[in-house]
Design a protein around this ligand. Structure first.
Ligand code: KG4
Ligand code: ZN
Length: 363
């Protein structure tokens, strides 16, 4: 195998169509290009991602994204060593669009094709951005994912726990909706919370009294709804300060749950005596200032390196898919036939619970 590999990555498992070119070798990788085309406005009227609309939009955009990624990278198809494509988990119509596009390019060029697990893409990103050494602890926390993983190798992950219902980003989005704020809810709720009192309303910290690393966020949403209704019943409406206090209380509860569950996951990870202890977060919710600060402070307290890749690489993108494919090829794996999978837990010994994440779209 060549020392340096140049890989085209393709991602279409949810509502972002993405293509990227990554070049890398023994010591790390470089993103030559990363194109992400979102679909937010297509789904805005429906209050969530509509799978059929997403799949059609992916099919329309994929070849354009690939063309743009190659052009921006300044490479032709002949400069590539392989193609890596998200083969799941995700909305199956979208995954199939990407896989078919990748198969067509592979058939036309004779390039090897690697089917990548989308979650592995997120989980391996800190190696691309910060050169983390295995094993490290990973918290994936977005609108579709919430799980703790110990990353032990390009294709070896141990899942310590995750949400048993909603993902935190989904809870942020629902909170915004319940308070009449725009989508996506996370950044707006965070901004409102800045002028709010997190102590005025007592929100639950679900599951924190139980052992293990599982989490639950759907009760929090119900608590918010009830509290909102109580305020409206008492005052006849929701004032600016009420809204800010509700956001602050909600965000404080999510922060506490993530911090305390991370503490437990870190304790379990540290039992394995890693040579270079590190804790990495990825996903849209990792953009939240107070949540990121809490996880960073916890890591400092426990003497663990804290890594949060830049936001553009924390959220869905194809550079992480190209990189995951590159890691597997570098580890000596021979590309093998694969199928598109709507569900695909990273750790078969600890399968994800059905229904977790945004509409159960991501395992
Ligand atoms: O990783 P991502 O772009 O997509 C997937 O869900 O896969 O994450 C988007 C989610 C949304 O639910 C959004 O509300 C949330 O991340 N989010 C945030 C913040 N920014 C984005 N949640 C809390 N605070 C933020 N600042
Ligand atoms: Zn994702």
């Amino acid at each position: 195998m060549r020392d340096t590999l140049t890989i085209l990555g393709i991602e279409s498992s949810c509502d972002d169509t993405a293509a990227a070119v990554v070049r890398g070798g023994e010591t790390g990788g470089t993103i030559l290009s990363s194109v992400v085309s979102g679909q937010t406005e297509l789904h805005a009227a429906f209050g969530g991602v509509v799978p059929e609309i997403a799949a059609r939009a992916h099919a329309e955009k994929l070849d354009l994204c690939v063309e743009e990624a190659l052009e921006r990278a300044g490479v032709g198809l002949d400069a590539l060593d392989a193609i890596a494509v998200t083969a799941g988990p995700g909305l199956i119509g979208g995954v199939l669009s990407g896989v078919m596009c990748a198969r067509a390019i592979a058939a036309a060029t004779g390039l090897p094709l690697v089917g990548v697990n989308h979650l592995a893409g997120h989980a391996l990103t800190p190696r691309l951005t910060d050169g983390l050494r295995f094993p490290y602890l990973m918290l994936l926390v977005s609108g579709g994912h919430c799980q703790f993983l110990i990353a032990e190798g390009p294709d070896r992950f141990t899942r310590l726990g995750g949400t048993i219902d909603d993902a935190p980003g989904e809870a942020f989005d629902k909170t915004a909706k319940l308070l009449g704020l725009p989508q996506p809810g996370g950044p707006v709720v965070e901004a409102e919370a800045q002028s709010g009192d997190p102590k005025r309303f007592a929100f639950p910290r679900p599951l924190l009294d139980r052992p293990g690393c599982d989490m639950s966020f759907s009760g929090l949403k119900t608590a918010l709804l009830r509290t909102r209704d109580a305020v409206v019943a008492e005052k006849g409406g929701l004032g600016r300060q009420d809204r800010a206090d509700l956001c602050a209380g909600f965000q404080a509860a999510v922060t506490d749950v993530l911090r305390e569950r991370s503490r437990r996951a870190l304790a379990r990870y540290l039992e394995t005596a890693p040579a270079e202890p590190a804790f990495a977060v990825a996903g849209g919710v990792a953009a939240n200032g107070p949540i990121r600060a809490a996880l960073q402070a916890l890591s400092a307290e426990l003497g663990v390196r804290f890594v949060a890749p830049p936001l553009a690489l924390c959220t869905d993108n194809a550079a992480m898919i190209a990189w995951a494919g590159l890691e597997r090829l570098r580890a000596g794996e021979k590309p093998a036939p694969f199928v598109a999978r709507p569900r695909w837990p990273l750790d078969d010994r600890s399968p994800a619970l059905l229904g977790s994440g945004r509409k159960g779209a991501k395992a």
